[in-house]
Write a protein that binds this ligand. Sequence first.
Ligand code: C2E
Ligand code: CA
Ligand code: CA
Length: 228
Amino acid sequence: MYYQPIYSSVQREFHSAEALVRLKDTSTIGFVSPEEFIPIAERRGLIVDMSMIIFDQVCRFIQEDNLEKLGLQYIEVNLSAVHCMDNRLVPQLTSLMNKYGIRPNQLNLEITETTALDVNKYVAGNLGKLIEMGCGFSMDDYGTGYSNLSQIVDMTFDIAKIDKSLVWGYFESTSHKQKVLLSSTVEMFHRLEMQLVAEGVETQEQAEVLEKMGVEYLQGYFYSKPIP
Ligand code: C2E
Ligand code: CA
Ligand code: CA
C-alpha cells in the first residue's frame, strides 16, 4: 500500500491520506496500474479477497504508525462498488478494526460518484451500518460519472472529491465555461454543507486558486506523490 497525503488549506497542515494499492510483478511486467488490475479483480470475483488484504494493511498501518502522532485524522480507503454490495463487508471490517484496536472514525471510505448514486438502492444496508459505527464517507471522482443532482442531496457524504479532470479543465482551458463548471461545483457543495477535496493539484498556482475558492482539502503531486 502507498499513501498520498491530503493537505488542509484551513489548518495549513496534512490532515489525512489516501491509501492506494500497488501491484508489482518482479519478474517480467513490473508495475501494473490499479486502473488495470482492479477492474479485472472485480470481473473475476477476486475483489472482496483483495480488498480485505488492503483493509488489513491499512488498519495495521493506522495502529503501528500511530496515526495521531503523524498528525493525521483518518485514512481514506477506496471501496469498490462490488465490495459495497457484499454482505461480508461489515463483519469483516468490524473484526479488522477490533483486531487492530482502531476507531471507525479513523477510516473514511471513498465511493465513486457512480456507485454512490446506487447507494440508496443496493447498499444502504451495508453503508448505513458503517455510518452508524462512525466511519466517514467521501464521494470520489465527482464530475466523471452521470450525476443525478437530486440524488446527491439525499446522500450522507461528509466530503466530495472533485475529479482531477474538472480541476485541470479549469486551469488548462481558455474557455470561460470550464471555469464556471468548477467554481459553481464548489459553490454548490458548500451550499449543501459538504466539504471538498480537489484532486490532481500539481502546481502552486493551482493550490492558491483552489484555496481562494475555499476548497478545504488539496491532494496532488504538488504536495506529494503516493509514498510507501
Ligand atoms: P483514484 O481513487 O481517483 O485515485 C487517485 C489517483 O490519482 C491515484 O492513481 C493517484 O496516484 C493519482 N494522482 C494523485 N495526485 C495526482 C496528481 O497530482 N497528478 C496526477 N497525474 N495523478 C495524481 P493510482 O494510484 O494509479 O490509482 C488509480 C485508481 O485505482 C484510483 O483512482 C482508484 O480508483 C483505484 N484504486 C487505487 N487503489 C485502490 C484500492 O486500494 N482499492 C480500490 N478499490 N481501488 C483502488
Ligand atoms: Ca480515490
Ligand atoms: Ca478520485
